[in-house]
Design a protein around this ligand. Structure first.
Ligand code: NAP
Length: 328
């Protein structure tokens, strides 16, 4: 497993991180089995993943609780990353969405963060968080107040490092004026490359690690979403335009062109896509969601693959041909 430095800290992270949004079940059609979720987390650790990303909102506490159980006897092997700022215990800040009977607000005020950190520590059954990230930005609280709170938590030993997520360059500048930021967590995949124009270069120039989320585009780039795969319950992919039949065909045609490279390394399409992600300039970690030990193993093993410059150029050419149609 390749390792990289997190920001300018002495924390070394595996290039593959495990994302636990789907593990909470919420927006993914429900939790299939807690046992399987725990096994997926532990298998990731077995295969060299040390970064586990979670959030209070994933399953409204459930994902954190499951992560807590999974890492209980292996705390020292884990860089535990969780988040604050998507709250349902109060109605302050900006209303973001209503789901599962909860009114979720984006709020990063001092009292709320202090409440959230204690809840997370309790659910995770740990006494410090390695990376504490602001999940979404609030707009009603001054970033300097949010940073002041995070710096206090760091001083108190409740968190080791501060990260942000879903930020603009302007917001990140304000965070840096008020304190330190080691990482940004943003959507990035072959289909989502918006950060490449501004945010990613800014992070590179400021030694901020980039944790890419949804690197498999919610599974669409795994090469395993067949035309007849149905999404049920609250699975966000049920009515997602990207998952309509026409786009599934387009993606399948594109992924087919990657096969010769994947075959050369005897790896799956999902592994090739993940290896491509962590090979992109400025991308530190691919946070891959996995719900089963099989997916966790496959994704973790992608951290052993280093694609050559020629292969990366070849992939870029294929992407250009297939993704010129913006409807994807
Ligand atoms: N900061 C934020 O706002 C934010 C937003 C989104 C995500 N994230 C973080 O990033 C993590 C990853 O993103 P994500 O979960 O949204 O999307 P993702 O990693 O692109 O896709 C995850 C889904 O793809 C499928 N999958 C994963 N590995 C596979 C494999 N090897 N073969 C076949 N299918 C596979 C699984 O779904 P099925 O098995 O059901 O098909 C899995 O739930 C999250 O868990 C979360 O920690 C953060």
């Amino acid at each position: 497993m390749q390792q990289r430095q997190l920001g300018q800290t002495n924390i070394s992270t595996s290039v593959i991180g495990l994302g636990t949004w789907a593990i909470g079940g919420w927006m993914w059609g429900g939790l299939s089995s807690e046992e399987e979720a725990i096994s997926a987390i532990q298998t990731s650790l077995d295969y060299g993943v040390n970064l586990i990303d979670t959030a209070p909102v994933y399953g409204f506490g459930l994902a954190e609780e499951i992560v807590g159980k999974a890492i209980a006897s292996r705390r020292d092997q884990v860089i535990l990353a969780t988040k604050c700022g998507l709250v349902w215990h109060l109605e302050k800040g900006n209303h973001f969405f209503t789901s599962a009977g909860h009114q979720v607000h984006r709020y990063l005020g001092k009292d709320s963060i202090r409440y959230e950190v204690e809840q997370s520590l309790k659910r995770l059954k740990i006494d410090y968080i390695d990376l504490y990230q602001t999940h979404w930005q609030d707009g009603t609280t001054k970033i300097s107040e949010t940073m002041e709170t995070l710096l206090e938590l760091k001083k108190e030993g409740k968190i080791r490092a501060i990260g942000v997520s879903n930020v603009t360059v302007g917001e990140l500048e304000k965070y840096l004026q008020a304190g330190t930021v080691v990482s940004a967590q943003e959507k990035f995949s072959m289909l989502d490359r918006g950060i490449e124009t501004e945010l990613l270069p800014y992070c590179q120039n400021n030694h901020i690690s980039m944790l890419s989320y949804s690197p498999l585009a919610l599974g669409l780039l795994s090469g395993k979403i067949s035309l007849d795969r149905q999404f049920t319950g609250d699975d966000q992919r049920k009515n997602h335009p990207r998952f309509n039949e026409q786009n599934r065909r387009k993606i399948a045609a594109m992924l087919d062109e990657f096969r010769p490279i994947a075959e050369k390394y005897s790896i799956s399409i999902a592994q090739l896509v993940i290896a491509w992600t962590v090979a992109q300039p400025g991308i530190t970690v691919a946070l891959c969601g996995a719900r089963t030990p099989t997916q966790a193993t496959e994704n973790a093993k992608a951290g052993q693959i280093s694609l050559t410059t020629e292969e990366l150029t070849q992939i870029q050419k294929i992407l250009q041909v297939h993704l010129s149609d913006s409807s994807l």
